[in-house]
Design a protein. Structure first.
Length: 116
């Protein structure tokens, strides 16, 4: 069980994958829009999307030549939002997540998280 748990969390420790989840947390988008939002190369975004899709975190549908992605696993989205809320509190940010995750603040330093 712990190996599977570690594999699941390893999917969520990559910033590009979190940006992809953020890009589509309020509804499905075509790959081109996700690439623009994430500000990375098409090849890198496609590779990261595919990993999230294979893990059943994302779902996809085709419409003509376009492929649209959406969040399939709402529990993963809720967990990411909860973690972002907690980090925002620790950083003194006054936000509450119910949709898109907050973008990183330029020049912000993120303190080490102490597990209790």
């Amino acid at each position: 069980m712990f190996e599977e748990l570690a594999a699941y969390f390893s999917l969520l420790c990559e910033p590009t994958r979190l940006k992809i989840i953020n890009a589509i947390c309020k509804g499905e988008k075509p790959v081109g829009e996700i690439v623009q939002f994430v500000e990375s190369t098409q090849a890198n975004v496609s590779r990261q999307i595919n990993m999230l899709y294979r893990a059943k975190i994302l779902a996809r549908r085709k419409e003509g030549t376009q492929v649209f992605y959406r969040i399939e696993d709402q529990k993963t989205l809720a967990m990411c939002q909860g973690v972002c809320n907690e980090m925002a509190k620790r950083l003194g940010m006054d936000i509450e997540m119910d949709g898109a995750l907050p973008a990183a603040l330029p020049g912000a330093s993120y303190p080490a998280v102490e597990l209790r």
